[in-house]
Ligand binder design. Structure first.
Ligand SMILES: *Cc1c(COP(=O)(O)O)cnc(C)c1O
Length: 432
């Protein structure tokens, strides 16, 4: 495939008509500098840009592409679904099958409502928790990202962390007045908040394992203690598995830790690269949703047939062997990155949660957002560009997880292994 124009000239065109040239901020390369690459094609573990370069993709669309780009069974399912029509505005069998697949994987999810983005899933779960409990306050953790709805955009991670924006302009004090932000992994802070506001707290929302301030695993017992505190005070526990769900195990982070939420949120992998997300949990709570109950929630394209077909095909092909391969590839990748950084003598911390990981260029132990922010952006930028120049596409921000797919094979790992020593040397040169 050849395109006359370069990434440079496409970016120039894009910036004229799209703010910053991108439709999601982190894509703009602001924190690493340089020109974002315009992609034209993805195949298995590789991405191809308009300039004719290929990259081993360690973003995988920020998580969804568990099986790699253009996985044949997913493409086939999409072609067949498309030929039957793209959207009906009525319920379809595929929606029921997708929800059944998810409920079968996670018995704590008795019922599920489909939406089109993780943002909608968490926003709706929060509204439901407030409607169910009749209470206003939500506890969230600094650096945890739950999409960009107003109430949850207080001290959020992901793109907001990358830009160093604490909340966002345009979010009124009123819309975050009932959002209490606490340090991640700090149970004393959670206990103190419950002691003070207990009867007003509708829900605690947390990422199953934080992966939007870089990867910061919950300390042993943290999620279980949240479960106990919520039970004691009559609040709901919302565990956001939009990123971890169906990625770190067949049953997401729940499968690794076993802490059941009242409400879970899902997205990314469950849409197989198309816009599908969901929230669900205890049937008694879900019964408060319209049309059964008083909590309103809706969506023109919710349960879209193409998104459901891609998601269902992805989950049906994500068997034990797929997860074993992804775990194994992630372990090899961690090993070769760490040995390159060790050899170059650059200070770093590996953040890790299951098969997800990221690299912090700091010598501080990373437990929460404050310690995550001690990572050196300039060192990451040097590492990132040296890898990019050698055909490896890392997240263009130190605050994002690195993703592999079942399509990442020995050749892909070899290309990364060949690139890593020079990138580690480039990082060490900046770190000084
Ligand atoms: C990506 C993400 C979201 C938001 O999902 P979108 O589909 O981008 O709206 C919410 N929560 C977590 C944990 C995420 O990683």
């Amino acid at each position: 495939m050849t395109f006359a124009a370069s990434s440079e000239s496409w970016f120039e065109r894009a910036r004229r008509v799209i703010p910053g040239g991108v439709n999601s901020p982190v894509r703009a390369f602001n924190s690493v500098g340089g020109t974002p690459r315009f992609m034209v094609c993805g195949e298995a573990a590789y991405l191809y840009d308009v300039d004719g370069n290929s990259y081993v993709d360690l973003i995988c669309s920020w998580g969804p592409l568990l099986l790699g780009h253009a996985y044949p069974a997913v493409v086939d399912a999409l072609i067949q679904a498309t030929q039957r029509g793209t959207s009906f505005g009525a319920t379809t069998p595929c929606e029921v099958e997708l929800v059944e697949e998810i409920c079968a994987r996670l018995p704590a999810v008795e019922q599920l409502r489909l939406v089109s983005s993780g943002t909608e899933a968490t926003m709706s779960a929060l509204r439901l928790a407030r409607g169910y409990t009749g209470r206003p306050i939500v506890l969230k953790f600094a650096g945890c990202y739950h999409g960009h709805s107003d109430a949850l955009l207080a001290a959020a991670g992901s793109g907001a962390a990358t830009l160093g924006i604490p909340g966002s302009a345009g979010v009124t004090a009123g819309s975050t007045a009932d959002t209490l932000v606490l340090p991640y992994n700090d149970l004393d802070a959670v206990r103190a908040a419950f002691a003070r506001h207990g009867a007003q707290i509708a829900a605690v929302i947390t990422e199953a394992a934080a992966a939007n301030m870089g990867v910061v695993a919950p300390l042993h017992g943290f999620n279980a203690a949240l479960r106990q505190l919520c039970d004691f005070h009559g609040a709901l526990l919302i565990i956001d598995e939009v990123l971890t769900g169906f990625r770190v195990s067949p049953t997401g982070w729940f499968g690794l830790e076993g802490v059941a939420a009242d409400l879970f949120t899902f997205g990314k992998v469950m849409g197989g690269g198309l816009p599908a997300a969901a929230f669900g949990g205890r049937a008694e709570v879900m019964a408060q949703l319209a049309p059964l109950g008083p909590v309103y929630q809706a969506g023109t394209l919710s349960g879209n047939p193409l998104a459901c077909a891609a998601g269902l095909a992805t989950l049906r092909h994500a068997d034990a062997d797929v997860y074993r391969r992804i775990d194994d590839t992630a372990a090899q990748l961690r090993g070769l990155i760490c040995s390159a950084l060790d050899a170059a003598g650059v200070a770093y911390q590996l953040g890790r949660a299951g098969n997800l990981f990221s690299v912090f260029f700091t010598d501080r132990e990373v437990l929460d957002f404050a310690t995550a922010q001690t990572t050196r952006d300039d060192v990451y930028a040097a590492f990132f560009h040296a890898m990019l120049d050698r055909g490896v596409y890392l997240p263009p921000s130190p605050y994002e997880a690195w993703f592999v797919s079942a399509a990442h094979d020995a050749d892909a790992l070899q290309r990364i292994a060949d690139a890593a020593p020079a990138a580690a040397t480039a990082a060490a040169a900046i770190a000084g």
